[in-house]
Design a protein around this ligand. Structure first.
Ligand code: SF4
Length: 80
């Protein structure tokens, strides 16, 4: 699916994340947290049904640690 069809991957920059939880506090249906309070994204594949909550999560992150990456440029999950 081309990026202009609204397919994105929601990614967390773990080096920038401060773990204070505004993202999963705002959009718990999209983002969970681990035992240390860092975000876990069970399904990072974002499409038309989840783009609005994903944008909300990106917008509330004060560290700019969340990013919506167009699927066509996302790092393949199983690169050899
Ligand atoms: S709001 Fe940003 S900095 Fe805070 S836990 Fe979520 S991704 Fe990390």
């Amino acid at each position: 699916m081309p990026a202009d069809d609204g397919a994105f991957t929601l990614e967390v920059d773990r080096t920038a994340c401060a773990g204070h939880g505004m993202c999963y506090g705002t959009r718990p249906e999209l983002i969970d947290c681990d035992d240390e309070g860092y975000p876990v994204i069970p399904d990072p594949n974002i499409g038309p049904d989840t783009i609005d909550p994903a944008r909300d999560a990106v917008a509330v992150c004060p560290e700019r640690a969340l990013e919506l990456v167009p699927r066509s440029t996302a790092t393949p999950l199983h690169r050899q």
